[in-house]
Design a protein around this ligand. Structure first.
Ligand code: GTP
Ligand code: MG
Length: 369
């Protein structure tokens, strides 16, 4: 008989945590109609046997895989071998507090297609994480926000604790790698309404972590494969090409103006060089802003264009953002050349690098928040 909620839990040597986990889930969920489907990769410590022995007491079952291994594929296996209208995915080691499942279900009942238990929304967090793990976790999120726009609305796309409506997943073809199953589900599933609920990532109760450096490499490979599938890889390459063309226009035009067209180069010995050199720089910056805009508009983001009058408005917005970068470039170039006497063609390339960094950070804030 089909249940309305299927909770999928991948396990590998988690015997020490199962009894506590089953009890807490039951306490949190009953009298709801639920089942827990454990997908165990042939654990050596008797995890599957223990689950079996508890199945008289709670609505549990275990699928043992002998051929295949891996967290993400185990979760898919569990999704395919269950039929609850709502699917919940979580870890077995009690780092995902079972009590939070009810918050996820409430979010789904209030209209979300997918609800994510998040460490990075207000009220969420993690206990006792070292600095290195925190940085890796943040870095992974920044990368996914940058390279996979579909993950941008979610603050914690790396979470392994979430719930979704099965119909919303449709017949998405899932082919994940490594650990980050939510990424795959979010991108292939194309959910409309997303919700995040806070939770504190607890310390592991018993057993050992299976997370290792290989998983970080797997993550990068997975990211790359998702970028290819979504077409974002090609877009990212185009974006970098346009950025590089902007640097060439900016730097090249300054060189043309000051070496061939009669503008005096930026120079701290001749006062006439300050005004003229800065004017040459301003003309070069503005020209590169416009060429960058047009190339992004008709090349990088061609598929996202909304034609018509909004073009000018977008150009204006883009220009305002980049003018701040331009002022930074002029400031840095003047500081290096006028104050410290650095040769103008060197200080300008350094100044362009600083401004590019600024433009990137600001755009990331405004466009990808
Ligand atoms: N079926 C299956 N489950 C796995 C596999 N690797 C990990 N798991 C389970 O996936 C969940 C998450 O794994 P953990 O090792 O706790 O990973 P983590 O929570 O990111 O790392 P820690 O904070 O160190 O615990 C746990 O329930 C594991 O038992 C696997 O290869 N196959
Ligand atoms: Mg864990």
């Amino acid at each position: 008989m089909s249940k309305s909620i299927s909770i999928i839990i991948p396990t590998y040597n988690e015997r020490e945590n199962i009894a506590d986990l089953a009890e807490r889930i039951h306490h949190a969920l009953s009298p709801r109609d639920y089942e827990v489907v454990f997908v165990d990769d042939n654990s050596r410590d008797g995890t599957a046997e223990l689950i079996d022995s508890l199945s008289g007491q709670y609505p549990l079952r275990v699928i043992v895989r002998r051929e295949e291994k891996g967290l993400a594929t185990a979760v898919i296996h569990g999704i395919e071998h269950s039929d609850g209208e709502t699917v919940v995915v979580m870890d077995a080691d009690l780092q995902h507090p079972p009590e939070v499942i009810t918050d996820l279900l409430v979010a789904i009942e209030s209209g979300a297609d997918i609800a994510i238990a998040s460490r990075y929304v207000k009220g969420g967090g993690m206990k006792e994480w070292g600095l290195v793990r925190k940085i890796i976790s943040r870095g992974a999120i920044v990368l996914s926000h940058l390279l996979l726009p579909a993950t941008r609305p979610v603050k914690d796309p790396m979470s392994g604790f979430f719930a979704f409506r099965r119909v919303a997943l449709g017949n998405a073809r899932l082919s994940p790698r490594g650990y980050k199953i939510l990424l795959e589900i979010m991108i292939e599933g194309k959910f409309k309404n997303t919700a995040e609920v806070p939770f504190i990532f607890e310390n592991r109760r018993g057993g050992e972590s299976k997370l290792n450096a290989r998983q970080q490499i797997e993550y990068l490979k997975h990211l790359f494969s998702l970028m290819r599938r979504t077409g974002e890889l090609w877009r990212f390459i185009k974006f970098c090409l346009v950025g590089a063309s902007g640097v060439i226009v900016n730097y090249g035009l300054y060189w043309l103006l000051t070496r061939l067209a009669g503008f005096t180069p930026l120079d701290n010995t001749a006062t006439s060089g300050i005004a003229s050199g800065n004017l040459a720089m301003a003309i070069s910056i503005e020209t590169s802003i416009i060429t960058n805009f047009l190339l992004n508009e008709y090349f990088t983001f061609r598929d996202r264009r909304t034609p018509g009058a909004s073009l000018l408005l977008r150009l204006l917005k883009f220009n305002i953002i980049c003018v701040v970068g331009g002022l930074i470039q002029i400031g840095v170039a003047n500081l290096l050349t006028i104050t410290f006497g650095v040769y103008d063609l060197i200080s300008i390339i350094i100044a362009i690098a600083v401004a590019t960094l600024w433009n990137y950070l600001l755009n990331q804030r405004l466009t990808w928040k």
